[in-house]
Design a protein around this ligand. Structure first.
Ligand SMILES: [Fe+2]
Ligand SMILES: [Fe+2]
Length: 165
């Protein structure tokens, strides 16, 4: 069964969102390195790859369905933020945008009667639960400790331990 046009279009839109998240996180990686929060920097550096792998899943799926996915042009990300809290809030907002995008893909695929695409999206739906969870946790933690330099570096260190080797 050929991929319906509306499904192809929404999947291409999600590829843009995943690339965009990778770009945003590259900017945050640079910001945190410059601020000497090496743990946060390592986390976001790792997540550049995660976001590219999300895009990669959709790209491979579209290829498997016989259509050429569109690769977006990259834009210049922010590499400075008013505060660590602002950066973490921006990360959370980005994850929420991507979750909404994936849910939209799912809606379109269901409406189009495309069970293979629905199935492919399940992994991303689950993944977004984890993605929003860490982003939410980081915002909450920074809110708790941001007034304390020691607290911030302790949290940064804790995050460094969570980065996959
Ligand atoms: Fe993603
Ligand atoms: Fe993500």
């Amino acid at each position: 069964m050929a991929l319906k046009k509306e499904v192809e279009a929404i999947l291409n839109e999600q590829i843009v969102k995943e690339f965009d998240a990778a770009t945003v996180y590259n900017g945050m990686y640079i910001y945190f390195e410059m601020e000497l929060f090496k743990g946060f920097a390592a986390w976001f550096k790792d997540h550049v790859g995660e976001e590219m792998s999300h895009a990669g899943r959709i790209i491979q799926y579209m290829l498997d369905r016989g259509v050429a996915p569109e690769i977006p042009a990259t834009r210049k990300p922010k590499t400075s933020f008013p505060s660590v809290l602002d950066a973490m809030k921006a990360a959370l907002a980005h994850e929420r945008t991507n979750t909404a995008g994936i849910h939209e893909c799912l809606k379109v695929a269901q409406k189009a009667g495309d069970p293979a695409t629905v199935e492919m999206l399940q992994w991303l739906v689950k993944e977004q639960v984890e993605e929003e969870q860490w982003a939410e946790e980081y915002v909450q933690m920074v809110k708790k400790v941001e007034k304390s330099v020691g607290g911030m570096y302790a949290f940064d260190h804790a995050v460094s331990k969570r980065v996959k080797a």
